[in-house]
Design a protein around this ligand. Structure first.
Ligand code: WT7
Length: 627
């Protein structure tokens, strides 16, 4: 932790949107509501709010109550006058090199058309539309069209598979699914529609499925249920004019499922008002957004990073955003760097896994391209190791671009701990709280642990971007996040962390049974239930172990049905089974066949013991172990 600081250059300091931190931070926590009211006032409201924060029903906080807004009115409608109208909103490039770009004017047209299509399918305010797509412009159009007419979207990451999709459709009780024939990955077509078809069989609530033609794969369409996107868009019903629905600030914008401690994914609910204010403010301040920026968030829209910082925050701030569907190193490890030069990208925001993955090919790939347009870099999803940080900083950023390491979660909606471009940096630390937030590292009683010691990361206050509830399970929301420190009103993040003598926060990792594999969030319980769904398996345990590229790799322990013998063949089959059920990202590194699993007397698997054994470490307190 005794790191040297990396200081911002004079140029970075001179152009900072926020030239000073400490004083402004103090103001933002002493007068939290005034601070957020000022930020909210930069957006367009149909009707101003009565109350900035309503905390009368903790922990179900509400923001900007009485206010009328629609996030689309801010992300699109208000940009349709003046010069922004013809500014590029989205530049999309496919793996094969196809380019499509949309001005704000064109984006509006596409969104209006699809909004009208959704309406014609009976989608109404309050409905939840499930979206399962590759990273193509239509994915953004579908999300934005839902929001425009007041329907909520539930985007399921296109890398997920049948079981994950089916479980999410079922939980949301979605009537409408928007999907595509498939995408491309490393030059090969991927197949989404047949996965969608299988998921619809498992969860039959879907009455209408709209499919985008993207990779040309042959697909099975069921009459009455299945429609082609392009067919619908060319009908008179798909008029390019559509009114934006006036929403209450607290109305639901989307639900996004994330993994937790049980096998059942949690649908976190975000709203039109507070979420718009929070994503726009954090994006503008932490990344010093300027009108001429070319912003590239190289995440997938299927995750919260894609929602907040690929789509909503940047569009509200009228940025030009880059979208790329494909592998970072296809056909060569220079793909991203070529795109940075080609589009004059000014800010690149990605994950430590992607950085490590590209770093391993060495410096010569980026050296061929002119990366001088870059002025800021960002990192998200997992702690960034100092080696990757330095490579990103020196080789990609030319020792010129501050690295904005942003700590946040699906639940927080936006950045909670992150530097501003003016903040002196320490590689591996997300530095300090964003405005309005008080962060603590505490013990079980909620008391601060001494400087430099590990404890539980908490947020001591509500913030506008916070998830409002877990869809269909408010009780679980209250208990899981706000229950441990209810007397103090702290939000428990589920991470462990340290704060050093300079007040810098160092995230250590998850404390629950959540794994961050290549920055993706997966629950051990989901992996275990996928394994157990295979006929050969009676019990399974999954743990995370350090992995050089992925940060964490999945390792599994499997008890077979009696009489079966675990061999190489079955190992491969089980790995493939998990990939088929959950998605490729969930593929285990190893499957070990065991005779028994370490359990507590109440029958809970002691993953801690498995982890210690695998790492050759002390197994710790075994007094609760059954045998
Ligand atoms: C978990 C949340 C935030 C969008 C993507 C992930 C880990 C996230 C950082 C960071 C260290 C980080 C935490 C957190 N995490 N950002 N900058 N440094 N760890 O969202 O899938 O909801 O995962 O990701 O463990 O709890 P998510």
């Amino acid at each position: 932790m005794a790191e040297r600081f990396y200081y911002p250059s004079d140029e970075v300091l001179a152009q900072a949107n926020v030239p000073e931190y400490e004083q402004r931070y103090r103001y933002s926590i002493e007068q939290r509501e005034a601070f957020w009211a000022e930020q909210a006032a930069t957006l367009a409201w149909y009707q101003p709010w009565d109350k900035v924060l309503d905390d009368s029903n903790k922990p179900f906080y509400q923001w900007f109550t009485g206010g009328k807004i629609n996030i689309i009115h801010n992300a699109i409608d208000r940009h349709l006058t003046g010069a922004t109208r013809n500014k590029l909103a989205i530049i999309w490039e496919s793996e094969k090199g196809q380019v499509r770009s949309f001005s704000y004017h064109a984006l509006n047209r596409e969104v209006c058309q699809f909004a009208n299509v959704l309406k014609s399918m009976g989608v109404q305010k309050g409905d939840i539309v499930t979206i399962y797509m590759p990273q193509i412009p239509e994915l953004a159009f579908a999300m934005l069209a839902c929001a425009k007419i007041g329907a909520a979207h539930s985007v399921v990451y296109g890398g997920f598979s049948v079981e994950a999709l089916a479980a999410r459709i079922e939980d949301a009780d979605s009537r409408v699914l928007v999907t595509a024939d498939g995408g491309f990955r490393r030059g090969k077509p991927t197949d989404l529609k047949s996965i969608a078809n299988e998921a619809m069989q498992r969860s039959p609530s879907i009455e209408v499925c709209i499919t985008v033609r993207n990779n040309g794969l042959e697909v099975q369409m069921e009459s009455e249920r299945d429609f082609w996107y392009h067919d619908l868009q060319s009908l008179p019903i798909a008029s390019p004019r559509c009114d934006t629905e006036v929403m209450d600030a607290e109305d639901r914008l989307f639900i996004l499922y994330t993994s937790g401690t049980t096998g059942k994914p949690k649908g976190l609910v975000h709203t039109h008002g507070g979420y718009a204010v929070y994503t726009a403010t954090t994006h503008r301040m932490a990344f010093d957004i300027k009108p001429e920026d070319r912003w590239w968030c190289a995440a997938d829209p299927g995750w919260i990073t894609g929602h907040s910082y690929m789509i909503y925050g940047p569009l509200i701030n009228a940025s030009t955003l880059i979208m790329y569907e494909g592998a970072p190193n296809y056909p060569y490890p220079s793909r991203w760097w070529q795109m940075v030069e080609k589009y004059g990208v000014t800010i690149l925001y990605t994950s430590p896994t992607a950085i490590r993955g590209l770093m391993r090919f060495g410096d010569r790939w980026s050296a061929r391209y002119d990366l001088s347009s870059l002025r800021l870099l960002g990192s998200v999803g997992e702690p960034i190791n100092p080696e990757a940080w330095r490579w990103y900083y020196e080789v990609i950023g030319g020792s010129r671009c501050p690295i904005i390491d942003t700590w946040w979660q699906t639940e927080t909606g936006g950045f909670m701990i992150c530097p501003l471009p003016i903040t002196p940096l320490k590689p591996g630390s997300a530095t300090k709280p964003f405005f309005g937030n008080e962060i603590g590292v505490v013990d079980d009683a909620g008391n601060e642990v001494p400087v430099g010691e590990e404890g539980k990361l908490v947020v001591k206050n509500p913030w506008p971007g916070m998830a409002r509830t877990i869809f269909g399970d408010p009780q679980r929301y209250a208990e899981l996040y706000w229950g441990d420190y209810a007397d103090k009103g702290y939000y428990k993040a589920g991470d462990s962390a340290k704060i050093d003598e300079d007040g810098y926060v160092w995230i250590i990792g998850r404390m629950d049974e959540v794994l961050k594999v290549s920055g993706y969030r997966l629950g051990t319980a989901e992996i275990e239930s996928a394994l157990v769904s295979h006929p050969a398996v009676t019990e399974a345990a999954a743990i995370g172990l350090p992995h050089e590229l992925k940060g964490t790799g999945i390792h599994t322990y499997v008890l077979l049905r009696s009489g079966l013998i675990g061999d190489k063949h079955l190992e491969t089959e089980l790995k493939e089974h998990v990939a088929r059920e959950l998605g490729r990202i969930a593929t285990p590194e190893s499957v070990q066949f065991v005779e028994s699993l370490p359990k507590t007397r109440s029958g809970k698997i002691m993953r801690r013991v498995l982890r210690a054994r695998a790492l050759g470490q002390d197994e710790g307190d075994l007094s609760t172990l059954e045998e």
